[in-house]
Design a protein around this ligand. Structure first.
Ligand code: NDP
Ligand code: X2W
Length: 374
């Protein structure tokens, strides 16, 4: 393994995914963090914002506008900013502007853009801004026109186990949403193998509260989350088109899914029970065999044996995705249960996995820690 240090910046370091990026990056033998940004918390030391990270050697948090791009020579930037903000900032970075928030840039051809940014800073974006390949779909679900449509065209969808070859060559990687990560890792191989039909897929998803980010919101207060649970964004969550985009590619024709997220009283973790229709003559055991074979050599995706039930506790703090397959009492149907840690495989961990690929490092570098239990 190379001992070269790659200089990186972390945008949005005072958020939940930013904190986990720093936690992981500081143990990564090839990462040197040269700047870390915040918005409201700019000017503070990391230890003041996250006492648990206080012993790590990370520069104080600065505003994005105060990054001195000319003198720092970063090779990669992790962008853990809110949607819509991210696309403006990434546009500034990849077009080589000397400041980050650029509003007026000429939209050029995707090939021109790709060649003009080659060899500059590589960006690993954790937000939703570059995930949807179709600009009309983006505008429909995010309620605005995209600020960097030319970059959206060159972004690679960062679901590592599926798009590994493209990620290796990418300049801009759009890490998937946390809900799509677990759903797609479960379903894409099954559609590829044609063992499920793609009709009537139901994704019943639950997330810990950290999935909503650190900015205080009334509905995420302890008083309103503890000892209860609720569904939200019913039949209207923006991760549905993201999941449909990728499943439709696998199926070879467009499909719709039923996707219902729920907020459950835990800090981290995501748990999805997925109901599928089997192709003729196929059993739940066949689905398990397909997934087991597909992920046999994957370091982070674990298909459990028949009868074992995945639990969010079995992946907490790790980059793992655990998948189980079950028979349904209704003939012709089966269930898949998939669980990840939303802050690791669902965001920061997958971002580092993609970074490793983009820089030719072993994919597991910095990500080998086992889950925390209980
Ligand atoms: N939480 C999760 O499980 C997942 C999150 N994501 C995505 O990752 C991104 C980060 O999420 P998360 O860490 O949860 O979010 P947080 O709300 O916890 O953190 C957001 C970060 O962005 C900074 N920030 C906010 N507004 C601005 C602005 N206008 N300009 C510059 N910086 C700004 C904040 O700074 P400050 O705190 O100082 O104001 C903070 O550092 C989001 O796009 C999110 O959707 C993706 C997958 C999973
Ligand atoms: C619990 C919760 O609120 N979760 C977030 C999803 C977090 C995520 O994956 O990310 P993106 O915001 O990057 O798409 C939500 O439902 O919007």
């Amino acid at each position: 393994m190379t001992d070269r240090k790659i200089r990186v910046g972390i945008l949005g370091a005072s958020g939940y995914t930013g904190a986990d990026l720093i936690r992981l990056a500081c143990r990564h033998p090839n990462i040197e963090i040269v700047f870390a940004t915040a918005d409201r918390k700019a000017g503070k030391a990391l230890a003041d914002v996250f006492p648990h990270l206080g012993r790590l050697k990370v520069p104080n948090l600065i505003a994005i506008e105060d990054i001195e791009w000319g003198g720092i020579e970063v090779e990669a930037v992790f962008c853990a900013l809110p949607h819509a903000t991210s696309q403006k900032v990434v546009k500034g970075i990849l077009h080589g502007a000397d400041h980050s928030l650029v509003d007026e840039l000429i939209v050029e051809d995707a090939d021109d853009i790709a060649s003009s940014i080659k060899g500059k800073i590589k960006v690993i974006d954790l937000s939703a801004d570059f995930r949807l390949r179709d600009l009309e779909t983006y505008a429909e679900w995010y309620g605005k026109e995209h600020d960097a449509p030319e970059l959206q065209k060159i972004a690679v969808y960062g679901l590592t186990e599926i798009y590994r070859d493209e990620i290796k060559k990418a300049d801009l990687v759009a890490c998937p949403g946390c809900y799509p990560t677990a759903a797609l890792l479960s379903l894409i191989p099954l559609l590829d193998a044609k063992v499920i039909t793609g009709e009537d897929i139901i994704i019943d998803a639950k997330s810990g509260v950290s999935g909503a980010g650190r900015s205080a919101k009334e509905q995420n207060l302890f008083t309103e989350v503890a000892e209860g649970m609720h569904a939200y964004a019913i039949a209207s969550h923006r991760h549905a088109p993201e999941i449909e985009q990728e499943l439709s590619r696998a199926l070879g024709q467009s499909l719709l899914v039923n996707f219902t997220p729920h907020l459950v009283p835990m800090n981290r973790g995501e748990y999805e029970t997925i109901y599928v229709k089997l192709s003729d003559g196929v059993t739940a055991d066949d689905l398990r065999a397909v997934l087991t074979e597909r992920y046999a050599d994957e370091p982070f995706v674990h298909v459990v044996e028949k009868g074992m039930v995945p639990a969010s506790r079995y992946v907490r703090g790790s980059n793992d995705c655990m998948i189980g397959v079950f028979e349904d009492r209704i003939p012709g149907r089966a269930m898949i249960i998939a669980t990840i840690d939303n802050l690791v495989k669902g965001s920061s961990g997958q971002a580092i996995q993609n970074f490793n690929l983009m820089f030719g490092l072993p994919e597991t570098t910095g990500l080998e820690q086992a889950p925390m239990f209980p």
